[in-house]
Design a binder for this molecule. Structure first.
Ligand code: IPE
Ligand code: IPE
Ligand code: MG
Length: 239
């Protein structure tokens, strides 16, 4: 029997690996960049829907540390889309209650994008609604490396002893400090891998993969992912 969506437990933190924009465009005989443009539309509509659905934290994987390997033309098209999204969210979405935070190494982006990122975060910082973490130039390994570097410095400066280091301490040095671990990670586009997404935080996340390509992902697909999540038995190593 299908559980009605009103009776489902909504995950506290959902992460989404938004994959399949390029293939979506290719199927339609369009350039990959058009797939990213449509992917950005889904980004906006799904963010609002997931917020209305009562999710407290949403982390969207927008650009990985490995995505710089793509042809310059595609990287430039993506930068143009990020810029447009940021300008839009600063002008049209000022009334939104969503708290936007960026995770990843923003220093690699062009200066105008860094400024827009900082401004977007500043405008949203006191909002009480869902927290939207946008992972840009994010890589789970890079995140762990920057944490280890800072922790080594703490030890060197005498503020921390190696014995005092715990799993919680490490969490506090990740980009996601203060954010609870994801409960559900959704990957669109059919692959079954994390591609460097939230490696430390995903330890006990439920993984859900769908063949739906990101530009086609909609409310019904999200509801199906939540429904499957509700059927999972999370044991966290216990019985
Ligand atoms: C995901 O879609 C978006 C980014 C990685 C920026 P892809 O561009 O990876 O689409 P596919 O996987 O090639 O179809
Ligand atoms: C993961 O997708 C990164 C994002 C969705 C931002 P990729 O398309 O880069 O991953 P791979 O190359 O298929 O592993
Ligand atoms: Mg891909």
């Amino acid at each position: 029997m299908t559980i009605p969506s009103t009776e489902l437990t909504v995950p506290n933190h959902i992460g989404i690996i938004m994959d399949g924009n390029g293939r979506w465009a290719k199927k339609k005989g369009l350039p990959r960049s058009i797939g990213h443009t449509y992917g950005a539309k889904t980004f906006k509509t799904m963010t609002r829907y997931i917020s209305r659905r009562g999710v407290k934290y949403l982390t969207l994987y927008a650009f990985s540390t490995e995505n710089w390997k793509r042809p310059l033309e595609e990287v430039n098209a993506l930068m143009k889309i990020f810029r447009q999204y940021l300008v839009d969210s600063l002008t049209n979405f000022r009334e939104d209650d969503i708290k936007v935070v960026f995770i990843g190494d923003r220093s690699a982006f062009p200066q105008d994008i860094i400024d827009l990122i900082n401004e977007t975060e500043a405008v949203a910082k006191d909002r009480q609604g869902m927290q939207l973490n946008i992972a840009m130039n994010y890589g789970g390994r890079a995140e762990i490396v920057q944490a280890v570097r800072r922790l080594c410095q703490e030890v060197q400066d005498g503020r921390l002893t190696p014995e005092a280091l715990t799993e919680t301490t490490v969490s506090e040095y990740l980009y996601t400090a203060g954010i609870p671990d994801p409960d559900l990670i959704i990957r669109t586009g059919g692959e079954h891998r994390l591609s460097n997404f939230m490696l430390y935080q995903a330890a006990y996340a439920e993984f859900y993969s769908t063949d739906t390509l990101w530009p086609d992902f909609g409310e019904a697909d999200l509801e199906e992912a939540i429904r499957v999540f509700n059927r999972r038995s999370r044991r966290f190593g216990g019985v």
